[in-house]
Design a protein around this ligand. Structure first.
Ligand SMILES: [Zn+2]
Ligand SMILES: [Zn+2]
Length: 409
């Protein structure tokens, strides 16, 4: 049976590749044609009820609170690898390993997995089809034994995604679709799928699989590249999302990590994965400011290389101290038509300051070399990968961008 579904997947990939060849721009988001495959395979999944009762049994098999207190947990390690501009996170718990994303093809995490002698991954989560998340997974899937790959029900027209699908099809792994509420064991830890909550989105980033990992009293929330839309859906879904550690969404972009989301997750620590001096200006200053204003310690792969957090089920320990300097590019904010220069600062506002603009006032297109007002209709149609937030007009001109003829920025 399994071979039959793999065959369907391979046929779908061939069809996808043919369709892909006829597209000029890699912007299209469509319902995945491998939907049938993944849907059927999901029947093997645990139901939330199964897992819940299992977890409850595990933790209440001892009779007294004292005994639960003294319950022994294996050391769980969460490695946020420095993969330049991208995400790749390894979760190691005894003999159990799982990986969330693999970085880009050029800066994938396979070399790190080799350093740690990882020859088997119980789970691989491919959060969403962008290259900085799935590009590096190809080498990993081709070389490491994987039991289960969880990936969202969406496809993307790009050479990298085609390569990724091909590696998935030829691997022995079973492929599952994410359903919010489903939980899985990983040694004495477990994780629950929190998002995607809906079936379809305009922005590929919102398809990102969000998971909450729990280990004894400790918890982590991994958010892929979700935008504010998925964040508010998650809040409205009333799922348990409180976490000690938040993997900040979308490399610290100001299009996510809203004040409301921070309040509900209520983390003590935040990890941002992005490249030093990346062209997007990640992490955005406002995000750093919001995190610090909520008294959250910040860890950054662009400033500190790989971040490793260990959990003994009760306490968390880190391989280094946080970097709470609000180091970001200078930023112009527009308020009542007046532009003000904001200097990054280490001092925290005692009161929340007037909200800076929610998004960059200009968006450059790295593909066409044009720049637009953020509200220009062409911005909506732009491939998210080509969008470059620009905070003032002069820097757009200095970077060689040409003003759009429609919106005249
Ligand atoms: Zn990304
Ligand atoms: Zn993305």
């Amino acid at each position: 049976m399994k071979r039959y579904y793999k065959l369907i997947l391979i046929v779908h990939i061939l069809v996808l590749m043919l369709i892909g060849c006829s597209k000029v721009d890699g912007t299209e988001i469509t319902e995945s044609s491998n939907f049938e495959t993944t849907k059927i395979l999901t029947e093997k999944e645990y139901t939330p009820e199964d897992t819940k009762s299992k977890t409850i049994q595990d933790s209440t098999s001892s009779t007294t609170a004292d005994e639960i207190e003294s319950e022994f947990f294996q050391t769980l390690e969460v490695h946020f690898f420095d993969v330049g501009q991208g995400d790749s996170i390894l979760i190691k718990n005894g003999d159990y390993n799982m990986l969330i994303d693999g970085g880009s093809e050029a800066h994938g995490s396979y070399k790190y997995l080799q350093d740690y002698n990882i020859t088997h991954l119980n789970y691989v989560i491919a959060t969403h089809p962008h290259e900085d998340h799935i590009g590096g997974l190809v080498e990993i899937i081709n070389n490491i034994k994987i039991d289960t790959i969880i990936m969202p029900n969406v496809t993307h027209t790009s050479v990298f995604f085609d390569k990724f699908l091909t590696s998935v099809a030829f691997s022995e792994a079973q492929v599952l679709q994410p359903y919010a509420g489903n939980s899985y064991d990983i040694g004495d830890a477990g994780f629950t799928i929190i998002a995607p909550v809906s079936d379809s989105y305009q922005n590929l980033n919102d398809y990102s699989i969000v998971i909450r990992l729990y280990h004894g009293e400790n918890s982590f929330l991994f958010t892929g590249d979700i935008e504010a839309i998925s964040e508010s859906e998650i809040i409205n879904s009333k799922q348990e999302i409180s976490a000690d550690v938040l993997k900040v969404a979308h490399h610290g972009s100001n299009t996510s990590t809203t004040e409301q989301f921070i309040k509900v997750v209520s983390p003590d620590y935040a990890v941002i994965s992005c490249a030093n001096n990346n062209s997007f200006g990640y992490p955005h200053f406002e995000v750093l400011q919001r995190l610090r204003a909520n008294n959250i310690d910040i860890y950054r792969t662009d400033m500190q290389n790989s971040i490793v957090i260990s959990s003994d089920g009760k306490r968390l320990s880190f391989n280094q101290d946080p970097d709470n300097m609000l180091t970001a590019d200078t930023l112009y904010i527009t308020e009542n038509g007046t532009q003000t220069l904001v200097q990054p600062t280490n001092s925290l506002p005692t009161e929340p300051t007037t909200t800076p603009c929610e998004i960059a006032p200009y968006i450059g297109n790295s593909n066409t070399g044009k720049f637009h007002h953020y509200y220009c209709s062409s911005v909506d149609e732009m491939n998210p990968n080509n969008k470059v937030p620009i905070f003032n007009r002069n820097s757009a001109i200095n970077q060689g961008y040409v003003p759009c003829k429609i919106c005249n920025p």
